[in-house]
Structure formats: C-alpha cells, structure tokens
Design a protein around this ligand. Structure first.
Ligand SMILES: CC(C)(COP(=O)(O)OP(=O)(O)OC[C@H]1O[C@@H](n2cnc3c(N)ncnc32)[C@H](O)[C@@H]1OP(=O)(O)O)[C@@H](O)C(=O)NCCC(=O)NCCS
Length: 350
C-alpha cells in the first residue's frame, strides 16, 4: 500500500492508497463496505466483492473510460474507512464520483473527515474542480441520513434527491396484459427488440447515441455532470466490463420501423452470483419519440425477459430524480413501491 503522504489525527490514523490487484488489501477495504451495507439495509443483498474489485481492475486497462483511486483509512492494522474515486477519462474531466464509507464501529471519530481530506487532495491532483457522492437514505432516514449530515458538515452541498422504487417480480400477468393493451395503440410504428449482454451490431451506433442522450436528458438538478462522449467502441468496452463483473444485462430497445433506427432502450442488470435483486440502469427515449409509451413497452419486455432468464430475481431497484415525473409514472404503472432514496452531494473545490 502506498501512503498518501499525509498522516491524519497525529500518528493514530492514516490514509493509504491501495492497489486493487492486492487481494489482501482489497479484502480489508471491501469488509468496510460490506459492514456498512449490512447496517444500512439489513436483509438486502449488498455489494459483491468480485464486482467491486473487477470495477477497479478494469480501470487499470489502457484506454479505460475511467481511472480509479482506492483509499483506505487505518488505525494501527485495522481498516476503518474506505473510499473510491472514479475519475472519468473521456468527458466530465472537471469532476469525479466518490464512494465513501466508514465501518459502523468507527463512526463519529473523524474517519470520514480524514478520508474526505485525501479524496479532495487526489481529485485536485487529477485536475478536478468538483467531487460528487451519493448518500443512500433507507426508509425513515430521508433528509437526515448520516451520509447527508456528514457531507453537509464537511462543506459539501445536496444537489439532487432521488427516490428509490422497487418493482417486485414476476409481474402480475393481469397487470402486464392491461398495461400492454393500453400502450399498444400509441406505438404502431415501433418494434421492440430484446437482447442479452451484447448489443446487436446493427443497433450499436444507435445505442451509443442513446447513452449520450442519457447524459444530457435526465434531470440533474444542480449536479454538475456534462455531456458524455460515446461511440460503439465505448459501448463494447462497457459490455466487456459487465461480463468481467459477472452480471447479466437484459436490454430492450424500440426500433422506429420507417427509419430502422433504435430510438429508445432500457437495461436491467443482475449479478449472476446473487440474482435476488436486479438493478434498473438506463431508460431513455429520444425526444422526438416521447409520448408513445415506448419506455413502458421496453420496460415490460425487459422485465418479462428477466423473469424468464433469472427466476431467482425477486425485485428490481430503480432510482429516479424526484422531479422526473414521466419516469416515475412508468414505474408506478408497473407496480413500483417506495424504498427510501439517495441524496447526491457535491463539493466545488476552491
Ligand atoms: C457518512 C459517514 C461516512 C460518516 O463517517 P464518520 O467517520 O462517522 O464521520 P466523521 O466522524 O468524520 O464526521 C465528519 C463530520 O460529519 C458529522 N457527522 C457524521 N455523522 C453524522 C451523523 N450521523 N449526524 C450528524 N452529523 C454527522 C460529524 O459531526 C463531523 O462534523 P463536525 O466535525 O463538524 O462535528 C458514515 O456514517 C457512513 O459510512 N455512512 C454510510 C455511507 C455513506 O453515507 N457515505 C457517505 C456518502 S455521501
């Protein structure tokens, strides 16, 4: 492990940078994440070690789309806090995303303060002028989670609030039939195509354009996130990463039949090692094609595929900005139930 150079809290606490290829160091780092997950949402499948390590190993590859820096706060031999900076390399060169957790036994003792100091130093060294992080707010802690309050105490500000919804699987067949029937008349010019993991070659350029749109069209409130740069090669790199993380991704796209272009798509990702919970990733419809129920139809198809492929999946978690009325309507129509939220916090580095 490399010292970051700064001793925190006298000689008692130090913050080190670690190499994701160092399995023993990564074990300690991940144990903090796992303990924090278990406290925040007991009984829910939390982070997976293999996924978390693979994410940072991938970032070491030449030409990777992001660079990662892992930090661990130690007191003696014990790892008390863990942080990861994800520094985008193709776009958004002004900012970075940060995960930061402190072991439940070591809270309110300045560990987050020490880690944050180093996070900000590393971000500056990489030329970043802002840092952003996400505080999970389980039910009952919305607006007053430890993550939000600590971030505010450390000079960050809340720039967006997202609400989490879970959709239980399998969907009720009567609900599927009635929603499909209501949507069909709007979408006569469109065909829904589904695929698992690898986007068909004839759709990959459209898929890249949809990812670019995702970066500009979703509500961001005051989060300083700018247009992303996408091409087919970046889509393929993302697919390789997900494969290495051992996740299955179920995709559904809406193709506009008169032009042959894919104008909407949605993605559900499920960890093969722990399929109980799936994650809703992107859902986007190009602006010229909105209002035709394409998001609902694509999501219905993806959810049906997922239920067939992964019968052990019991629910899908999705996060929507509280102002994203259209997306929330789609999820509510599919029977989503509220389950806390996320506060996005940001600090502009002076
Ligand atoms: C949020 C978290 C990282 C704080 O770690 P910590 O080591 O307990 O924080 P520190 O002891 O360094 O405290 C830093 C500041 O935050 C304040 N703070 C920390 N936890 C707080 C809480 N639960 N309520 C109110 N203030 C809190 C502290 O008082 C301190 O401010 P001060 O120096 O002005 O008094 C920890 O609770 C955690 O891991 N939570 C789950 C993951 C998470 O939410 N991460 C942050 C994402 S933004």
């Amino acid at each position: 492990m490399a010292r970051t150079g700064e001793q925190e809290d006298g000689d008692r606490m130090r913050v080190d940078q670690l190499d994701p290829r160092d399995d023993a160091a990564f074990d300690e780092w991940f144990a903090v994440v796992e303990a924090a997950d278990a406290l925040a949402r007991p009984g829910e499948p939390g982070s997976l070690r293999q996924e978390e390590q693979q994410l940072s190993l991938d970032a070491l590859r030449p030409g990777s789309d992001s660079c990662h820096v892992l930090l661990a706060a130690h007191e003696g031999d014990r790892c008390l806090g863990a942080a990861r900076l994800e520094l985008p390399q193709r776009d958004n060169l002004h900012t970075c995303e940060v995960e930061l957790v402190v072991h439940p036994d070591a809270r309110r003792r300045g560990v987050a303060r020490a880690l944050c100091g180093q996070v900000e130093r590393v971000a500056r060294e990489h030329g970043r002028s802002a840092v952003a992080a996400y505080a999970d707010e389980p039910p009952g802690s919305e607006g007053c989670s430890a993550g939000r309050l600590a971030a505010l105490a450390l000079g960050w500000e809340v720039v967006q609030v997202e609400v989490r919804r879970d959709i239980d699987l399998p969907l009720d067949p009567a609900l599927v039939a009635s929603v499909s029937q209501q949507c069909a008349p709007y979408a006569g010019d469109y065909e829904i195509r589904t695929w698992i993991d690898r986007c068909p070659d004839d759709l990959v350029d459209d898929r890249a354009e949809l990812s670019r749109s995702m970066s500009t069209d979703v509500p961001l409130d005051r989060l300083d996130w700018r247009e992303e740069v996408w091409d087919a090669a970046r889509v393929r790199r993302g697919e390789e990463l997900v494969k290495a993380m051992d996740r299955t991704v179920v995709n559904a796209g809406a193709v506009h039949v008169p032009t042959g272009r894919m104008v909407a798509y949605t993605q559900l990702a499920v960890p093969r090692a722990r399929p109980e919970r799936a994650y809703q990733w992107d859902t986007i419809v190009l602006s010229a094609h909105r209002g035709r129920r394409l998001a609902t139809l694509a999501k219905l198809s993806a959810l049906r595929e997922l239920a067939a492929l992964s019968p052990g999946t019991r629910f899908v978690s999705t996060w929507n900005a509280k102002e994203n009325v259209a997306m929330i309507r789609v999820n509510d129509a599919l029977g989503a139930r509220l389950n806390g939220g996320i506060a996005t916090v940001q600090k502009v580095l002076g």
